[in-house]
Design a protein around this ligand. Sequence first.
Ligand code: SF4
Length: 321
Amino acid sequence: MSRSNSQLLRSQIDWRSEGLYYFPLNLHFRHLFGTRVQKISLDGGFTCPNVDGTVAKGGCVFCDNRAFSPSRRVKRDAITAQIQRGIEGLRRRYETEKFLAYFQPATNTYGPLDKLQTLWDIALEDPRVVGLVIGTRPDCVPDEVLDLIDQYAQRTYVSLELGVQTIHDASLDWMNRGHHHDAAVDALERCQGRDFEVGLHIMLGLPGETHAMMMETADQVAKWNVDSVKIHNLYLVHRTEMVEQVASGQVRLLELQEYVEIVADFLERLPPQMVIERISGDAPPKDLIAPQWALHKGSIKDALNATFKSRGTYQGFRYTA
Ligand code: SF4
């Protein structure tokens, strides 16, 4: 289905009549694919330009990227095996036979075109894989990569996930991102009129960001009118530069209710037809140091719903086109 048809479909979904306070990803997929669809996380063997020294070294301060060596290679059978393992694990748990190949860790367009094409072709060989999700950075999507993604979007579902995180350059500098907000503006302009969906990753609770600054990011995301947004709380994992910053008190992590109030404020500003892929971060329990509440997704969702209920608001409540 083309992006414009998907947008039309989304505009017709009355998610509020289902008792929801925001438009969740599973509802979007149920309408788009007629069934539940699960993402299989795949490691294509990429690194990042702020890890390998191209734009910076060390990677983002919150990211445990030590495994992203610049010379990583993943063999064809390794991708096939990841898909098989992923499907076996997910199909019983979620009772579904449709999956999306999600190229998730590191920067999944940071490589030669023939590598990208080979990985995506292998992933789509399994008939149960009904599309691609490609996670990347806004400074790693040159036109030729977007053209290639667009070709895939002519024959299957494709979502391009851009790690924008924030519109504030000082925060991007703090996280050692290696690019500024203008990279996101440029990437999103060049994604216009193409046939794949575009999703943004946003991080809330960054040090130095006031409530007003986070709402400026929300208003910009609303203006871009992308297809989806994935919201993460800032969290602390082992083996990152941030460990020291939190220990010394330089960086403070948000409490659950504090975070949930900000997420509610953020979602109220977004268009009602924008899909909310996630409302909190997703660190593996063995790696997470804090906040521990981030491990309890059900409680975060309940707290967010309760906040909306007590306010009498919902996603889009403050949105003005
Ligand atoms: S957060 Fe993303 S861009 Fe930053 S180092 Fe980790 S994988 Fe790379």
